[in-house]
Ligand binder design. Structure first.
Ligand code: NAP
Length: 253
């Protein structure tokens, strides 16, 4: 009989200091997973780790800028030193950017690709190098509905195309690493109530997002964590290379 539990697993989550990444790290901790909480700002990631420990879980803080390929191996090594072989990873760290394409500077383009695409690749590579030594692993990359649609009323060509790259990178790595026992999937959130979407200045836009979503509201960060845990776990043992839309039906309209 299949055991769908995640306890005894060891995970690394990038961007664990805020929003969706924090909700995923906390949910993994509650599921009995030992969690490496990564972010550039160590103090903010440490807060997530403390919350996991306060709830009886195991966690360690990893100060890590995902745009620096040289830091990825050390980040994985730090988690393995704390808890043993890495078996799960969630590459969630990402940045937005809203600039009309005609006005966009090379720097505005580059900063989004450095984090959202290069950062996800460097992270996946370091994680899979460790996982292949143990013969198994599962990785989830956080993409976005913006990989599938060009968001109405938002000018963010660099963000949209970076997330499309995350989805195809995910599929490419899934087929390349399937023989190693490593599954690679993507989760694409719709509009989610993270700090970015709770700012008073975007209240009007957020109402519009809710009105144009079949479920009539934005997602809570925890509602993204559930599908991530499903894809990481044994319940998804025959799933690799998918992009799971978690968008309240947004892309149906
Ligand atoms: P958020 O609250 O701004 O959190 C972003 C996280 O990424 C923070 O923990 C941040 O930590 C980390 N981060 C940013 N740049 C980093 C870097 N270079 N190296 C390491 N960590 C870095 O964002 P969110 O709304 O939760 O979004 C999380 C992910 O979901 C992103 O990939 C985003 O594109 C995607 N997404 C969000 C929504 C939404 O509506 N919120 C919808 C679709 C997809 P530090 O600043 O401390 O490093």
């Amino acid at each position: 009989m299949m055991d769908f539990g995640l306890d005894r697993e060891v995970a690394l989550v990038t961007g664990a200091s805020s929003g969706i990444g924090q909700a995923i790290a906390l949910a993994l901790g509650r599921a009995g997973v030992a969690v490496g909480c990564g972010a550039r700002a160590g103090a903010r990631a440490a807060e997530t780790a403390s919350r996991i420990e306060a709830a009886g879980g195991r966690a360690v803080t990893i100060e890590w800028d995902v745009t620096d390929s040289a830091q990825a191996g050390a980040a994985v090594a730090a988690v393995e030193q704390a808890f043993g072989p890495l078996s799960l990873a969630v590459n969630n760290a990402g940045v937005g950017g809203g600039t009309p394409a005609l006005d966009m500077t090379p720097d505005q383009w580059q900063v989004v690709f450095d984090t959202n695409v290069n950062g996800v690749f460097y992270s996946c590579q370091a994680e899979a190098r460790a996982m292949q030594q143990h013969g198994r692993g599962a990785i989830v990359n956080i993409a976005s509905i913006s990989a599938t649609i060009a968001n109405r009323n938002l000018t963010q060509a660099q963000y949209n195309s970076s997330k499309a790259a995350v989805v195809h990178l995910t599929k490419s790595l899934a087929v390349e690493w399937a023989p190693l026992g490593i599954r690679v999937n993507a989760v694409s959130p719709g509009y989610t109530l993270t700090p970015m979407n709770r700012r008073p200045e975007v209240a009007e836009l957020v109402t519009e997002f809710a009105d144009t979503t079949p479920l009539g509201r934005l997602a809570e960060p925890e509602e993204i964590a559930g599908p991530v845990l499903f894809l990481l776990g044994p319940a998804a043992s025959y799933i690799t290379g998918v992009d799971l839309l978690v968008d309240g039906g947004y892309c149906c309209w």
